[in-house]
Structures are given as structure tokens and as C-alpha cells.
Design a protein around this ligand. Sequence first.
Ligand SMILES: [Zn+2]
Length: 152
Amino acid sequence: MKQLKTNPKRLAYLSEYRNKNREKLRSYQKEWAINNRDKERQKSSKYLKNNKDKNALKSQRRRTRIKNIKVYIIIDRDIKRLYSQPCFFCGSRENISIDHIIPISRGGYHGIGNLQTLCKSCNSSKHNKTMAEWIYKSKGKRVANPTNLKAL
Ligand SMILES: [Zn+2]
């Protein structure tokens, strides 16, 4: 079996077969996935449970890919800078977190230009709203730091 796998003739044949039958193979795969959906789901959820740490990054990447968003490399210095600032909205310096100004789920990109410092309380209240929506909806309920809001 091992010999077969590494046999260059066979490899060439396989790759040619794959190229020639791409559509057919794809539809087989699709059909199989439909017929085995539950089985697959069970298998992958079990696997994820057993490999939590290993898969955190992987699943994050997958989610990113699924949403087809733009991802830019963010350098440590920028992350440090964001964490050193007070909450953009309320000015708190406690429980600092980083927020996507335009949420990823709303088409925002993952890059430094779309990141801001928010405290965890403000961040979870903002959730997947844009700044304008959030401020409008939380009018009167949350206290904003006026110097920060001038920049909006
Ligand atoms: Zn805050």
C-alpha cells in the first residue's frame, strides 16, 4: 500500500483523474456530506471538545474565512497602544478590551483602522451595533466621556 501511494505513476494518474473528474468528485462529496450531516456534525463537535486549545485559532480563522472579511496584520505595538488607552466611550481605565468599530458581522474589517478601545462593559453593551446605532440606542443610559465623543 505504501508503495502504491508513493509510486509516481500512480500519483500522476490520481492527479489526472482528479482533474478530469473534478465536477463529479465535487458532487459526490456534496452528496456524501448531505447524507452524513449528523454523523459529521457529531464527529466534529466531539473533536472540537477534545482539542479546544488547538482549535481555537483554527476555528477563528475559519469563521473569518466564512465571513469573507478583510484581515490585516495588526502589530503588537498597536495592540499595546489600544490597551493603554481609556475606554473611548466612558473613559474608564478598567477592564479594557478592543472593539471593532464596525462589527465584523456588519461587514467591518479586522485591522487597526477599525479597532478602538472600549471597556468590557461598553463593549458588551455595544455588541454588534455601530457606534452611531449604539449611542442612539443607549441615549441617557450610558454616560459618555464628552472629550472622546467629539472625535465621532
Ligand atoms: Zn466604557
